[in-house]
Design a protein around this ligand. Structure first.
Ligand code: GLC
Length: 821
């Protein structure tokens, strides 16, 4: 079965059968105002924070056929009575003659035909606005006139999205709706919680006259709510009840009488669902998008934004599916993860204290560095402000209140209250940001640490550079019996929660990479004393790791509090872990022999046709001494599932060893676009990476879940652009070190870097993977493989010929300065 296809010319995916295996979604706007729109018209919108200022009620756990958040009804007046249907298919589920949902960059667009009525609807959030617009055009395809009404409907939620579900007394008593009119006479429905009347007022309006309205769900569905969303009884009367609800389940429904449409005739209108600080402010805001031309301009602006965003890096290779992922869908997903962290999706529901993840967002920042360095920097500032004075970091924070917490580590009193890895990720994020932007002044910017006085003021501030040093200090001091960094509550793998005292090899290698970054930075800043001292730390951890962690054919993953290894051939479950093998290559801790043997073990023991598993074999039963990982059956999520986030690290490791064919095989096998023809097994959107796919120990091997919000986006983009295409920003300019499949005859890239445009053409005449034979910059042959930084505004023509030369030293060349003395 197929549910749709890619339309690369319009940069859209087109869903043509609405009965997809799970809802497929798109994101509109940003966390400032926006959210999810699903392919059957439902929406989940919020302003500034999904947990504390949610607007629309969307319950993903309800069946796909159910009303969720928003819809539009059309009502045909026919001789036998009204025919009521939704142009989105859900919730009325009528037979359609045509269904097309175009998943675009920041917008969804439907073209559907039911009962001789064509509907063309586009939903988007204008740049900077706090409203979602739906532009609707309905046309009469019949040969006789029709008479038509349109009824857009929204179901509101309490602003505190969790309270909506756990308090059914206070919540309904607070919900308020009012109808007001603008100076020009248009009706605007206001909705708010009583306490937020002068803070957060939701509004719904249309740019055509409203004949009548309803704000109470009970009255709209009718018959004490034994009426249904499929056939709301209020729609059987000529007009809605004009009722202003002062409690209960609030909705907004507007009856728009479109009148008679002759054959071929169309009508257009625009609805707005937004939020403003008061009723008066809402009336003013609502006025802005009444004019169709203004709406068209706003849509053009938001398209131009993505056009510009995409132009910053464009590639042309012999592989169209790689091009389409790297040029459009992957950077688009990176934009989404940068905005939403792991906060709001169909799977991560944005309720309660989830907030923005420190580890997650530090990595998400990496995915937009080349296209939105300023946005990445703004995100890093927020992250640094929840770092503690001891160098560790709060695990997550709420972006509206900036209140942070220690995440799931709070759930177990017998475990440490911090994560052993969080604070190290920000070192990599800031370092890569500097390499991209050259904005070294950022290092001197002062940012408070999270520790606070009683009055809420910060106890201490430090420069960004201080923050980075504290990160490394924390891990240097926080070591266990083998001299490896302690695990804390968990490392990157949130679900392995070992008793206090356990050590993490992942943290050792992440620390190694962070040290390498600081060594390079201090080298660039000319601070040789710091270079030397961090080199000592690097050498010590490298030696410690190699002395204790090699297991014969791979590296172990953890040492438990009692000193025993996890991820060893001596274990019957959880014998080998993928991050245990890829990260020693990323950190430079593994020598070339061990690196090769470990990565071959990954290929042999962990790779499947749907991607690389996180570990094998899975744990067979619940074991609280291991933690969350054993709550999953074998093959699911972190328990031997294909956790996609960890796949690009193997791709990167393979490129560092010069193995372009295998790196590319790993890239290709998780490309969601390639699942389009086998989608009934995969189930999720073929235009975004999911977080996990069930592994081969599970009967539903190949089934994906948790689409969109995953570190897979940033890291696969990084693997593709910085390691396979090999265009890596350094402190001294762009370094070119492609590592491609040998069958590629070459590729070309246009990339912006520090204000200049680089047009890079790579030729592969002798069918190799890597090795820079010759590098010409503006026609001149240069030595080495780093293109000097060009003045902003200039255009740099680069030609690179792959072949034998500096290639054999490539892996070790990646970290020469950081090797132990
Ligand atoms: C989820 C978490 C992420 C963690 C990963 C592996 O994606 O958001 O922080 O690293 O799971 O456990």
């Amino acid at each position: 079965m197929k549910y749709g296809h890619f339309d690369d010319s319009s940069r859209e995916y087109v869903i043509t059968n609405p009965k997809t295996p799970v809802k497929w979604v798109n994101y509109v706007g940003s966390m400032k105002f926006g959210g999810i729109v699903d392919h059957t018209g439902g929406s989940l919108l919020c302003k500034d924070d999904p947990a504390l200022n949610r607007i629309v009620k969307y319950i993903p756990q309800l069946p796909a056929s159910e009303f969720k958040g928003e819809t539009l009804y059309l009502r045909l007046k026919e001789p036998a009575g009204y025919r009521i249907f939704s142009p989105y298919f859900v919730p009325t589920l009528d037979a359609y003659d045509r269904f097309e949902c175009r998943v675009g960059l920041g917008y969804m667009r439907w073209i559907t035909e039911f009962y001789g009525v064509r509907s063309e609807i586009t939903v988007f959030v204008p740049r900077g606005a706090s409203a979602a617009l739906r532009q609707v055009r309905v046309s009469n395809l019949r040969s006789e006139p029709i008479s038509l009404d349109a009824v857009p409907v929204v179901e509101y939620t309490h602003f505190d999205a969790l309270k909506q579900f756990n308090n059914a007394d206070w919540v309904p008593q607070t919900m308020q709706s009012r109808a007001r009119r603008c100076a020009s006479g248009e009706l605007v429905l206001m909705q708010y919680a009583f306490m937020n009347k002068n803070r957060q007022v939701n509004y719904l309006t249309a740019n055509v006259p409203v004949a009548s309205f309803e704000t109470c769900r009970k009255r709209f569905l009718g018959d004490n709510e034994y009426g249904t969303w499929q056939q709301p009884l209020a729609l059987l009367s000529a007009q809605l009840g004009d009722y202003e609800a002062r409690r209960g389940d609030n909705i907004g429904a507007l009856l728009l009488e479109l009148g008679q449409l002759g054959p071929g005739e169309s009508r257009e209108f625009v609805t707005q669902l937004g939020q403003a600080a008061s009723e008066d402010a809402a009336l003013e805001a609502a006025a802005e998008y009444r004019d169709g031309a203004r709406v068209a301009r706003a849509f053009a602006e938001q398209r131009a934004f993505f056009e510009d965003y995409l132009t910053k890096f464009q590639v042309h290779t012999p592989d169209p599916s790689f091009n389409s992922m790297v040029n459009v869908h992957n950077p688009r997903q990176c934009h989404t993860t940068k905005n939403w962290s792991r906060y709001l999706s169909l799977y991560q529901l944005g309720l309660g204290e989830r907030g923005i993840g420190f580890r997650d967002s530090s990595q998400d920042a990496l995915g937009v560095l080349d296209r939105q360095p300023d946005e990445a920097k703004a995100l890093m500032r927020m992250l640094l402000s929840v770092q503690k004075r001891d160098g560790s970091a709060m695990h997550q924070f709420n972006p509206l209140s900036m209140v942070a917490n220690e995440g799931d580590s709070r759930e177990r009193d017998d475990r440490p209250r911090y994560y052993g890895d969080d604070h190290l990720w920000i070192v990599i994020a800031v370092s890569w940001y500097l390499k991209e932007s050259g904005d070294y002044a950022f290092l001197q910017e002062e940012i408070p640490f999270y520790d606070k006085h009683k009055d809420g003021s910060a106890i201490e501030r430090g420069t960004v550079l201080d923050h980075l040093e504290r990160s490394l200090d924390f891990t240097r001091k926080d070591r266990g019996a083998h001299g490896l960094p302690l695990l804390g509550f968990a490392d990157w793998n949130d679900t392995v929660n070992l008793p206090t005292g356990a050590e993490s090899c992942f943290n050792a290698n992440l620390y190694g990479l962070a040290l390498k970054e600081l060594i390079e930075l201090y080298d660039h800043l000319g601070d040789q004393a710091s270079v030397e001292s961090y080199r000592v730390d690097y050498a010590l951890m490298k030696k410690t790791f190699n002395d204790v962690a090699w297991d014969g054919a791979w590296f172990v993953r953890y040492f438990d509090a009692d000193g025993s290894a996890l991820g060893s051939r001596h274990n019957s479950e959880g014998q080998i872990w993928v991050n245990g093998q890829s990260w020693p290559v990323l950190s430079g801790f593994a020598d070339s022999e061990r690196a090769r043997v470990a990565l071959d073990s990954v290929e042999r023991l962990l790779n499947t046709k749907h991607g690389i598993k996180l570990s094998s074999p899975g744990y067979k039963g619940y074991d609280p001494s291991k933690g969350g990982v054993t709550t999953y059956p074998p093959g699911a999520k972190e328990n031997g599932g294909i956790f996609l986030h960890a796949n690009p690290w193997v791709m990167i490791a393979e490129t560092l060893l010069g193995n372009g064919d295998r790196a590319y095989q790993y890239y290709d096998q998780i490309n969601p676009a390639s699942k389009n023809d086998a989608i009934d097994a995969f189930q999720c959107e073929p235009y975004a990476y999911p977080q996990n796919i069930l592994g081969d120990e599970h009967p539903e091997f190949g089934l994906a879940r948790n689409s969109w919000l995953s570190g897979t986006a940033a890291w696969t983009y990084t693997a593709a652009t910085k390691y396979i295409l090999g265009i890596m920003p350094t402190h001294d300019g762009l370094r070119l070190a492609p590592c491609i499949p040998r069958r590629w005859g070459g590729f070309s890239v246009t990339r912006q870097y520090r204000g200049a445009e680089y047009r890079i053409s790579v030729k592969n005449p002798s069918g190799v993977s890597s090795g820079v034979k010759e590098l010409f910059v503006d026609g001149r042959l240069i030595e080495g493989n780093v293109i000097p930084i060009a003045p902003a505004g200039s255009l740099v023509e680069v030609e690179l010929v792959l072949g034998q030369a500096i290639s054999s030293a490539r892996y070790f060349a990646a970290s020469p300065s950081a090797d132990p003395p």
